[in-house]
Design a protein around this ligand. Structure first.
Ligand SMILES: *Cc1c(COP(=O)(O)O)cnc(C)c1O
Length: 403
């Protein structure tokens, strides 16, 4: 189906931060398959782990024990607030699982009337019918029939609106601790702390959608750890398998108390092949010093981007984000900037709010980062030259292509 407006470009292989076409053209990858390839392309440890597993066993179903999945779950729990994990295959499925877990919690707490979930304008939670309803974006909901019931959208980071919206039917509040597709928008830690307090006072569960912000992107394994506010349920996917499709719902024992045998399921979820990719990803990320590198290079990157913004005030309005989940809010249409950067053989991706997202693999070296900044600089130089040459008309604004 023609659901994607694809760029006319195909890659044959990858090496670290580089993607290579059949003709041998090399592109610097600052998209990472949209925050997926956290360890770059063809990481030797991931290749070895998946190859070894592929020769032993791919899939057995959840009718049997899967030791590889138990190991991933134990490691995720040891590294987070969670006690239990449910594995699935994508971000949308993980968010669906989080929604179901929250509703079931209220149902088994003898409050079945509590099923509504408060979400935020501009959020992106996936493309299934319920996660679209949670995201609430009209352009994605249009033409797909009645919107799934049970989501109350409030303006972004508006605490008064959240308080007003909490009612006798509210089950949970769901938020991305750092909004990705919506334009790399941060929320104040104080806002997330206030949500935590509201949840505690009202018997609600706090759900963090860390599908994009999790797995090291912000310089900690999970963004909530950087902020210091702990959820009850968390959705993960994107980088969890280093490029292999894996999703996960993490929860405390209490929040997951309704998720007993038979209440939820997945045929593929947590199969040995996927879990070998997740375990290998965790081997690298949990090794000492990994996040020090991400933090250090993230700070360097933002400094260099601030310089670029100062050099091209007609192109870039703001540098946003945390760690290596960074955005440039553009003044020209974000898509034009993405195209100009791609002409310099560097890959980036637009987000909402006219933002160009920069998501390099977390293993990027300082030298590769400098190369990226140089290419970005050349793209901006070219674009500012040509936009001056074009006309003096006010720049058009256009929303980025999210999800
Ligand atoms: C990408 C994303 C999703 C959806 O993930 P899919 O794997 O595409 O289903 C959900 N939430 C957030 C925050 C995301 O960035």
């Amino acid at each position: 189906m023609a659901t994607f407006a694809r760029v006319d470009l195909a890659f044959e292989r990858g090496e670290g931060v580089w993607l290579v076409t059949k003709d041998g053209e090399r592109y610097l990858d600052f998209t990472s398959g949209v925050a997926v390839n956290a360890l770059g392309h063809a990481h030797p440890h991931l290749v070895a782990a998946v190859t070894e597993q592929a020769q032993k066993l791919w899939h057995v179903s959840n009718l049997y024990e899967v030791p590889e999945a138990e190991r991933v779950a134990q490691r995720l729990c040891a590294a987070s607030f969670a006690d239990v994990v449910f594995f699935c295959n994508s971000g949308a499925e993980a968010v669906e699982g989080a929604i179901k877990t929250a509703r079931k919690y209220q149902a088994v707490s003898e409050q079945p009337e509590r099923y509504r979930i408060i979400t935020f304008e501009g959020a992106f939670h996936g493309r299934t019918l319920a996660t679209l309803a949670a995201g609430g974006q009209k352009k994605y909901l249009e033409g797909f029939g009645p919107v799934v019931e049970g989501f109350d959208q409030v303006p972004f980071a508006d605490l008064t609106a959240v308080k007003k919206t909490i009612g006798a039917q509210t089950a949970a509040i769901m938020i991305e601790p750092l909004m990705g597709e919506g334009g790399v928008r941060s929320v104040e830690p104080s806002f997330l702390r206030a949500l935590r307090e509201l949840c505690d006072q009202n018997g609600l569960l706090l759900i963090f959608d860390e599908v994009q912000s999790g797995m090291g992107r912000t310089g900690e394994l999970f963004a909530y750890q950087r902020i210091g506010v702990t959820p009850d349920i968390m959705a993960l996917a994107k980088a969890l398998g280093g490029g292999f499709p894996v999703g996960a719902v993490l929860a405390t024992n209490e929040a997951a108390k309704g998720m007993t045998a038979g209440t939820h399921g997945s045929t593929f979820g947590g199969n040995p092949l996927a879990m070998s990719a997740a375990n290998a990803t965790l081997d690298i990320m949990l090794a000492p010093g990994f996040f020090d590198h991400v933090k250090k290079i993230g700070i360097l990157f933002k400094q260099r981007l601030a310089e670029i913004k100062d050099r091209y005030p007609s192109l870039i309005a703001e540098v946003r984000g945390d760690g290596l989940l960074v955005g440039l809010r553009a003044i020209v249409p974000a898509g034009e900037l993405v195209n100009a950067i791609r002409a310099e053989k560097m890959l980036t991706v637009a987000a909402g709010d006219n933002v160009v997202r920069l998501l390099p693999p977390l293993i990027i070296s300082e030298q590769e980062m400098a190369e990226g900044v140089a290419r970005l600089d050349r793209a901006c130089a070219r674009l500012s030259g040509s936009s001056k040459a074009l006309s003096s008309a006010a720049p058009r604004r256009q929303e980025g292509a999210a999800g």
